[in-house]
Design a protein. Structure first.
Length: 451
């Protein structure tokens, strides 16, 4: 009897302990969902953010009028020169031209360069003539068209290149600038789902899913404001970097968030593993597919492509070392690939402080790396042109050998005069004008006549 009564008592104790443990875990998860330091890191703030959006219809209309782009999400303002306060404590003027590019030095004639990328390409927090494209122009003595846009990801920069490249027939080189912060943006469809801040409250954008380029969810025309708010709420649930909404049971919600990619991203950032993001399969597939597309598009337009990886702070200048080596192997001579990381510079002067963009000196560092990469791309183009000319000479020589000797053919017993007896006295690859034939056609006809 005693033994039989002890079993239920032990079972009850176990159940009590388990219930206590569950309550402890649930209470800890609930507390984490309420503490400001952990709530924004581990749980979605989407519901509260959407409520902040609802009274913003007037600002949304202004955004659509000034900055909205149905493909890119947003673009620079057009034909304005806003004065901005920067984190260093002074003001700068950003001058935007009618084509929405930022002003750079005027250089007449010659081979121009097109620069695309984010705010590090735009030249945020410095004057027009201190941005890296402006300094690159002075270093090379060539016109540089600055189409950098603040907040852009690599996909937006590549789409901007596609959108504007044909507007500048003088461009012979295109430089795609990429920072470490740009990489996660590439998979993000709504900026606040990754960076919960009202500065990007209207910023829907195109994004990558694997090797597929997905269109701007708020395009190709802007949605009415109520539909936009609904789409924003959905993005906080469906974006690649979305976190779970805090709700009961909080422990399960916490486990859900901990399993999501954005938590790994934030943990790696906090512990200083600057290159860990590039080990994520989804990121690698998307980035490699996008860069292949960029290189093919540039070469198809007769431009030399340059891929320039830019550190967002000095301590991360080694973040792209492995990727640069890999891309140089896969892309070969089709593109110049480099990272801004030369140790000979004064990296303590690269940023004014950790939360700022580069100083004028920092942009000079970027410009000098870009200048070397542009020269490398020019040399690759020249070498490829030499190879193509040599191959054309070889092909022409082969076609010349295939061209029949009319005197020898006329000695054949079955010889009958043909069109070739009246052909001009020059090799077939030199034939020109309407109605003439190529060297390959000549060789084929001559072979068929001999058969």
């Amino acid at each position: 009897m005693t033994d039989g009564g002890a079993v239920p008592k032990r079972a009850v104790k176990v159940l009590v302990y388990l219930a206590f443990l569950v309550l402890l875990v649930e209470g800890a998860a609930f507390l984490l969902s309420r503490l400001p330091a952990t709530r924004t890191t581990l749980f979605s703030g989407g519901a509260g953010f959407v409520e902040k959006l609802r009274p913003m219809e007037g600002l949304y209309r202004q955004f659509v009028a000034d900055r909205y782009d149905g493909v890119l999400g947003w673009d620079n303002p057009k034909g304005t020169a806003p004065v901005k306060h920067v984190c260093a404590g002074h003001t700068v003027t950003e001058t935007y031209l009618a084509d929405r590019s930022r002003r750079t030095p005027e250089v007449a004639g010659g081979r121009a360069i097109l620069a695309v990328g984010d705010s590090f390409t735009l030249g945020a927090e410095v004057e027009d003539d201190e941005s890296y494209p402006a300094q690159l122009s002075r270093l090379l003595g060539r016109k540089v068209i600055n189409h950098g846009v603040g907040g852009y990801c690599p996909l937006q920069a590549v789409l901007k290149f596609r959108q504007r490249a044909r507007d500048y027939p003088e461009v012979r080189t295109v430089v795609l600038g990429i920072t470490r912060e740009d990489i996660p943006r590439m998979l993000n469809s709504y900026r606040p789902a990754l960076f919960l801040h009202t500065s990007g409250m209207f910023s829907f954008k195109p994004y990558m899913r694997g090797a597929i380029q997905a269109a701007n969810p708020n395009g190709p025309v802007p949605a009415p404001f109520d539909v936009f708010v609904e789409r924003a709420g959905r993005a906080f649930r469906e974006d690649y970097w979305a976190l779970a909404d805090p709700h009961f049971p909080y422990a399960l919600t916490l486990l859900d968030s901990l399993s999501r990619p954005v938590v790994r991203l934030r943990v790696h950032k906090e512990i200083g593993r600057s290159s860990a993001l590039l080990d994520e399969d989804d990121v690698r597939v998307a980035l490699h597919a996008l860069l292949e597309d960029f290189v093919a598009g540039a070469r198809g337009l007769g431009m030399a492509p340059v891929i320039l990886f830019i550190p967002d702070e000095p301590g991360h200048r080694d973040a792209f070392d492995g990727l640069v080596t890999e891309l140089r192997t896969t892309l070969g001579a089709r593109a110049a690939v480099t990272a801004v990381r030369d140790e000979s510079y004064q990296w303590d002067k690269y940023l004014l402080n950790r939360n700022c963009h580069p100083s004028a000196y920092g942009y000079r560092v970027i410009a000098e790396h870009a200048a070397r990469a542009v020269r490398e791309a020019d040399n690759q183009v020249a070498a490829e042109g030499s190879r193509m000319r040599a191959r054309a000479v070889q092909d022409a020589a082969g076609a010349f050998q295939a061209f029949p000797d009319p005197d020898r053919r006329s000695r054949r017993p079955d010889y009958a005069p043909g069109w070739h007896d009246h052909a001009p006295a020059r090799p077939p690859w030199a034939l020109g004008g309407k109605g003439n034939v190529s060297a390959v056609t000549v060789a084929r006809r001559s072979r068929s006549e001999r058969s």
